[in-house]
Design a protein around this ligand. Structure first.
Ligand code: DC
Length: 260
């Protein structure tokens, strides 16, 4: 059964992945045993890519199948953005930003719930206001330093992790043995995001989303600090016309090959 990325991202094809998991092994038995005893460096998997490339859905599924930790680092930048928006903090006021960051605790629970200063903000970080503000916040040095430090601590403490974002291969886990960059044609990425937003009942137009994604791409890839880019040694996958299972399979094949 095929489930294209958009349908899967909208949550309607969730059972497809589960059934698939039951009937197919991804690591030969000896490798699975090996994985259970793996050192932290063995199963560090970096997945980077622009908005709408399908990386969250894919990264989550890869982590599920390998039974290792999944971390959506974009959610962390979104949570900080929410905090700065609520505080009406001027992004040019670096000492104000630093003071707010110093008083911030951020946790991402194993189920993906995002807890900001004790409050569950998992849904609040997915609003159009946060979408529009997050890229400029992610440009700030103090924000990136705090996020990267926390992400590296999480990676160091885990027995295996799939981490997805923009700078995972270049900055957060440059030593990861498995690095992937997912991309897709711009109209396809915008269409996927539109479906997600419509599913949440947000009345956005395709043109709005296309413009927003273009602007986020521009800021994320032109910024001075760890811009979105393909790092040497990274496997690039164009997801434009691939199903979710095809992308996940491709990644797992690369990992199995790399472990042979
Ligand atoms: O993946 P996302 O759309 O939720 O990410 C939100 C923003 O966070 C994105 O515009 C860029 C930024 N980001 C980043 O700079 N570095 C990361 N590792 C992850 C996200």
């Amino acid at each position: 059964m095929r489930a294209d990325l958009t349908r899967h991202m909208a949550g309607r094809a969730k059972t497809v992945g589960v059934k698939f998991l039951e009937k197919k092994r991804y690591l030969p038995k000896d490798l699975e045993k090996d994985r259970e005893m793996s050192t932290n460096s063995l199963l560090k998997i970096a997945i980077d890519g622009p908005a709408g490339s399908g990386k969250s859905t894919v990264a989550h599924e890869v982590a599920n199948r390998l039974k290792i930790t999944y971390l959506d680092t974009g959610a962390m930048y979104r949570a900080i953005t929410l905090k700065l928006l609520r505080a009406r903090c001027d992004l040019d006021d670096s000492s104000g930003v630093e003071a707010l960051l110093a008083g911030t605790t951020l946790q991402v629970l194993p189920g993906g719930q995002v807890i900001l200063d004790g409050e569950n903000v998992t849904e609040a970080i997915r609003t159009p206001a946060v979408n529009a503000a997050v890229s400029p916040v992610a440009e700030l040095l103090a924000v990136r330093q705090k996020m990267v430090r926390q992400q590296q601590e999480i990676a160091g403490a885990s027995e295996g992790i799939v981490m997805e974002g923009r700078d995972i291969a270049s900055t957060v886990m440059p030593d990861a043995p498995f690095k992937f960059y997912l991309d897709a044609a711009l109209p396809v990425r915008a269409r996927r995001r539109l479906e997600e937003q419509l599913d949440k009942g947000l009345p956005l137009s395709y043109e709005n989303i296309l413009d927003e994604i273009k602007e986020r791409d521009r800021i994320d890839s032109e910024r001075a600090l760890s811009p979105l880019a393909v790092t040497p040694g990274t496997v690039v996958i164009d997801t434009t016309s691939l199903s979710i299972d095809e992308v996940v399979d491709r990644i797992l094949q690369e990992i199995n090959r790399g472990r042979d």
